[in-house]
Design a protein around this ligand. Structure first.
Ligand code: C2E
Ligand code: CA
Ligand code: CA
Length: 567
């Protein structure tokens, strides 16, 4: 069906007759308005029509033919899902045959010898328009820039004409990354040229067999095409071709595929899913094409809900901060020394959402700043409250998502918070996760050095969860090391983990950095860590993260017991 891509094409008619003279007459009558192809018997006609690329708007059928007569052709076409869509005009001189053929499913007839040409033309035209639906034909079919379908027409077309092929067709979405930059940097004209070229390449690379495409939202292409297993290669090929000429040589094209399943009859949803699959590989630069999965769809819906709700969540204080105490275990009795601020979201509809679920979403969308800053301020306020209420200085650590590392205001934000609550910088400990270290070491080293110069304490979070961490310890000064939870979990089951914990404790001792072990759930783990010389412990063994009031009570309890007064 690639000819559908040509704007204003002539519609095609297949004329079937064993007498060449009749075919010539038909062609004579119709060729001004239509492209007329011939078949010389019924069998040949069926072969031509069965080709998936066949895009005839009308079949004109003689009834009396050798090999396979017209009645048999009608019978077979009506019995075949794929062939049923072609309207048939029967050409005959036999009055009885007219009625019989109409009963069998022919749409109309013309009598031989032929009526005056105008009548034949008119009957063909009416039938074609009826079949294609006038309103559709006259709507704005095409995207004027690329000649592809408009989005509206694309969906109408899929819905109306192509579902019969659905079991072998895929929904494919193609997106040119950051295309708006091309317009900005090289001008609209160049942008248009690239879009046009992309459309041509899509037609020649992917639509070869059959299928249709449209352009939407500027730089996004929707393609409904025959299923294939080389989408990666196709998209890569188109990308390479796009980068062959012109000033923008580093365009990235990415795709997403959804395979519609039987009973799944909303083409718009197919393309939403293909688009979700396409967006899913935005950060995976070695992928050209993502595939949709059910989980992906549910996740997309979930993520969109959370993102839409976050502002309200902050305003309405659905976000709250819990505090998980950390204990110094060096002495005879564990002593409360600090706490980690951990955010919680109590969503009015979704209920309790764990930060493990929503933090990564906001991180990946670059929206974590709002949450982090909220938590930092809350934590600072809490430190202040503890000072004022209990007259103790209890540092609290906050998590600093790696994206903040690129925030030029980061230092000012922290300094502002410290000033606002009249704290000393080291009272707000900054936990930076180890994966931030591996991303852009130089940038991170700068930021860490600056913050330390200002007096903040830096804690390396989740140490040992990633790679290359040992080397970094020596190159980047930090104040506290937080051992990843997985070590503690595996310490008793496998010897290697235990040895690694010992090794880390040795290195930390050598560097003069205290180690926090988190995720300590059992007494045995606590005792083992204490024996190996670990200084600080955080975990369910002592306490889960607590809401502020409960945390206050814990502090009250610990200050009273220090005073010798029981609570
Ligand atoms: P994390 O920084 O490694 O925080 C420690 C996590 O371990 C917390 O999970 C805590 O509740 C949990 N935990 C503490 N003790 C135990 C234990 O004994 N056993 C087990 N199994 N788990 C324990 P949580 O609160 O669900 O937070 C998950 C992650 O979400 C955090 O991991 C942190 O990376 C992130 N996160 C939490 N709050 C914030 C925040 O305010 N900002 C940012 N950027 N990230 C946050
Ligand atoms: Ca942490
Ligand atoms: Ca951690």
């Amino acid at each position: 069906m690639k000819t559908f891509l040509e704007a204003n094409r002539k519609r095609k008619i297949l004329a079937v007759d064993d007498e060449i003279i009749n075919l010539e007459i038909i062609k004579e009558i119709l060729s001004r308005s239509y492209e007329v192809d011939f078949a010389f018997n019924g069998k040949e006609a069926l072969e031509i029509l069965s080709n998936p690329e066949s895009d005839y708007s009308l079949v004109m059928l003689d009834l009396m033919m050798p090999v396979m007569d017209g009645f048999e052709v009608i019978r077979r076409m009506k019995a075949d899902e794929r062939l049923r869509r072609f309207p048939i005009i029967v050409m005959t001189s036999d009055k009885n045959a007219e009625v019989k053929s109409l009963r069998m499913g022919a749409a109309d007839f013309i009598t031989k010898p032929y009526d005056i040409p105008e009548v034949v033309q008119a009957r063909c035209q009416v039938l074609i328009e009826l079949n294609e639906d006038r309103s559709i034909i006259r709507s704005t079919e095409r995207d004027p820039l690329t000649g592809l379908y408009s989005k509206e027409y694309f969906f109408v077309y899929i819905r109306r004409f192509l579902p019969k092929l659905a079991d072998s067709m895929d929904a494919l979405v193609l997106n040119i990354d950051r295309f708006s930059l091309v317009n900005e940097l090289f001008g609209r004209e160049e942008g248009d040229r690239i879009l046009k070229k992309a459309a041509e390449l899509i037609a020649s690379t992917i639509l070869q067999s059959h299928g249709i495409a449209c352009r939407t939202d500027g730089d996004i292409f929707y393609v409904y095409c025959e299923r294939r297993d080389d989408y990666e290669a196709c998209v890569q090929k188109i990308q390479n071709a796009l980068n062959q000429d012109g000033p923008a040589r580093t365009l990235r094209l990415r795709g997403g595929v959804y395979e519609p399943v039987p009973g799944d009859e909303l083409p718009e949803a197919w393309f939403d899913r293909a688009k979700a699959a396409c967006d899913n590989i935005r950060d995976r630069f070695n992928h050209f094409v993502g595939r949709y999965s059910r989980e992906l769809y549910e996740r997309v819906i979930y993520e969109e809900t959370l993102i839409a709700d976050i502002d309200e969540a902050v305003e309405q204080r659905q976000l709250t901060v819990y505090y998980q105490p950390k204990y110094d275990i060096r002495g005879d009795k564990p002593v409360l020394t600090s706490a980690e601020a951990l955010v919680r979201w109590i969503h009015p509809e979704l209920g309790f959402i764990s930060p493990g679920d929503f933090i990564p979403i906001f991180e990946s969308k670059g929206l974590i700043r709002k949450i982090d800053r909220f938590v930092w301020r809350e934590a600072a306020a809490q430190i202040r409250r503890i000072k004022d209420t209990f007259h103790v200085d209890l540092p609290i650590s906050v998590n600093v998502s790696r994206i903040n590392i690129y925030d030029p205001e980061l230092e000012d934000v922290f300094l502002g918070i410290i000033r606002e609550f009249d704290l000393k910088p080291h009272e707000l400990i900054l936990e930076i996760t180890e994966s931030a270290y591996s991303n852009d070491e130089n940038r991170l080293a700068e930021v860490v050095a600056d913050l330390r110069n200002k007096g903040f304490f830096i804690s390396m979070d989740d140490f040992g969860a990633g790679y290359s961490s040992l080397g970094m310890l020596t190159s980047m000064p930090i104040d506290i090391l937080k051992l990843d939870m997985s070590f503690i979990r595996n310490m008793q089951v496998d010897e290697k983990s235990l040895m690694l914990v010992e090794l880390v404790l040795d290195i930390a001792r050598f560097l003069g950095v205290p180690v926090v072990a988190e995720g300590v759930e059992e007494e045995r783990q606590y005792l083992l860590l204490k024996e190996m010389g670990c200084q600080i412990i955080q975990g369910y063994y002592f306490s889960p993260p607590l809401p502020a009031e409960k945390f206050d009570r814990l502090i009250q309890g610990s200050t009273e017991s220090e005073d010798g007064t029981e609570s």
